[in-house]
Design a protein around this ligand. Structure first.
Ligand SMILES: *Cc1c(COP(=O)(O)O)cnc(C)c1O
Length: 375
C-alpha cells in the first residue's frame, strides 16, 4: 500500500547549496546570512525590523519579556493552539488567561476578550490558526482601549493578511516558526517582526545572554569587551538556518499558490459529505493555508485516525485544547466545559496530508481513505 506523508518540506538544491556555502565558511552562528534573512522577512511581511530566533516558542517568550510582561501579569490567549503559545506565557512567569474561539474559524473570539480583561492583564497573544488571520482590527481596538500589548503568534501565517494588515502590523510584534512542518523550514527556527527599533535591539540582546555585542561583531571588528546590562537567554538563529530559509522565502508565494490549489481540491472533494466539516475561509484577505483539517463526529475521531493510519495516510491533530492539558488543569484550575468551542474542535479535528507538492492522485487517495474510514 502506498504511504502518503502528512508533510513534506520544500528545501531544494539551491537551498542546500546555500547551506553548504555556510558550512564551507568559517562563521556558522549568527552573522551576515541571518542579517540578510532578517531584512528579507521584514520586507516580505511589511515590518521595519526582524530578529532571527531558534524557535517560535522563544520568539514568543522573548517578545513577552521585551514588552515587559512578567510575574503577576495576565496574558489573554486562545486554548486552540499548539501548547507553545501558552507555555511561552508560563516561561515569562505570567498567567495564561484563555478565551474561547469562533465556531467556524477556530480563531480567538474577539467578542469574548473584554470580559476576560482584569487590572492584571498586560498582553494579548492572538494565534492565526491554520494560516487564517484573526480579526486584528478589533483586537487592536481592544488593546488601545485597555493599553495592552499584542504579540501575534503567526507560526502558521507568514503569508497571511486581513483588512490590509499583515502579521506584525496591527500587533506590536509577530512571531514566526520555521519548525520542520511549517510553511518554510530550517528544521528548527523562528523570527520576530516589529516596527519598534528599540524593542528589536532589546530582542537581539535577549536572544544572546543579554550581551551588548554579537560574536560576529567581535570577530569582524577589533575585539572589544562586552557587557551584560541584563541577563538574557540563548535563542539566536544561526547562519545555517538562515541560508536554508532565504531561498524558501523567495519562493513562498508560488508555494502558497500550490497550497491553495491542493486546498481547493480537498475542499471540493469533501463538499457534499455532511459527516465532514471544514473550517471556514473568510475571504477578504490572504489565507496562508498551513494545514488542511477536517472535523468529524468526536465519537468517531480517534477510530477514524487509527483507520487512516492503517491505510497508510499520515495524520496529525491540530490541536487538542490547551486548557485540558493536565498541567493547565492542575496549576490554573481549568476544566472541561470552560471553552466549549475549542473543546469541540479539539475533540473532532484531524489534519490530513497537505503540502505544496502533494499530487492530485495523492489527494484523491487521501480523500477515498477518509470516506472509507468514516462510519
Ligand atoms: C509550531 C507552533 C509554535 C511553536 O513553534 P516552534 O518554532 O516549534 O517553537 C507556536 N505556535 C503555534 C501555533 C505553532 O503551530
Amino acid at each position: 500500500m502506498k504511504k502518503i506523508d502528512f508533510y513534506r518540506h520544500n528545501i531544494d538544491e539551491d537551498d542546500i547549496a546555500k547551506a553548504t556555502e555556510v558550512l564551507r565558511s568559517l562563521f556558522l552562528t549568527t552573522g551576515e546570512w541571518v542579517e540578510e534573512f532578517e531584512k528579507n522577512i521584514a520586507g516580505y511581511t511589511g515590518s521595519r525590523y526582524a530578529v532571527g530566533m531558534n524557535s517560535c516558542t522563544s520568539a514568543l517568550h522573548m517578545s513577552l519579556l521585551a514588552w515587559g510582561v512578567g510575574e503577576g501579569d495576565e496574558v489573554i490567549t486562545t486554548p486552540m493552539s499548539f501548547v507553545a503559545t501558552a507555555n511561552a506565557i508560563v516561561h515569562a512567569c505570567a498567567t495564561p488567561v484563555f478565551v474561547d474561539v469562533e465556531r467556524d474559524t477556530g480563531n480567538i473570539n474577539t467578542e469574548l476578550i473584554e470580559s476576560a480583561i482584569t487590572d492584571k492583564t498586560k498582553a494579548i497573544i492572538p494565534v492565526h490558526l491554520y494560516g487564517q488571520m484573526c480579526d486584528m482590527k478589533s483586537i487592536r481596538d481592544i488593546a488601545n482601549r485597555h493599553k495592552l500589548v499584542i504579540i501575534e503568534d503567526a507560526a502558521h501565517c507568514i503569508e497571511g493578511s486581513r483588512d490590509g494588515y499583515q502579521p506584525g502590523q496591527a500587533g506590536d510584534a509577530a512571531c514566526f516558526s520555521f519548525y520542520a512542518t511549517k510553511n518554510i523550514t530550517s528544521g528548527e527556527g523562528g523570527a520576530i517582526v516589529t516596527d519598534d527599533n528599540e524593542k528589536a535591539e532589546t530582542l537581539k540582546s535577549l536572544r544572546l545572554h543579554g550581551m551588548n555585542s554579537t560574536a560576529a561583531d567581535r570577530y569582524n571588528k577589533l575585539y572589544r569587551h562586552y557587557d551584560i546590562p541584563m541577563v538574557g537567554w540563548k535563542c539566536n538563529m544561526n547562519n545555517i538556518q538562515a541560508a536554508l530559509l532565504i531561498g524558501q522565502l523567495e519562493r513562498i508565494d508560488s508555494l502558497l499558490a500550490q497550497r491553495e490549489a491542493a486546498y481547493k481540491k480537498y475542499e471540493e472533494s469533501f463538499a457534499s459529505d455532511d459527516r465532514i466539516t471544514i473550517p471556514a475561509t473568510l475571504g477578504g484577505g490572504v489565507h496562508a493555508r498551513h494545514l488542511f483539517t477536517i472535523q468529524v463526529d468526536p465519537l468517531n475521531r480517534d477510530q477514524v485516525m487509527t483507520n487512516l493510519q492503517d491505510q497508510g495516510i499520515g495524520i496529525a491533530v491540530n490541536f487538542r485544547a490547551i486548557h485540558l492539558m493536565s498541567y493547565y488543569q492542575s496549576v490554573f484550575g481549568y476544566k472541561e466545559g470552560d471553552f466549549p468551542e475549542a473543546e469541540r474542535i479539539g475533540a473532532s479535528t484531524i489534519s490530513i496530508p497537505f503540502y505544496p507538492s502533494i499530487s492530485d492522485e495523492d489527494i484523491d487517495t487521501a480523500v477515498e481513505a477518509v470516506l472509507k474510514a468514516l462510519p
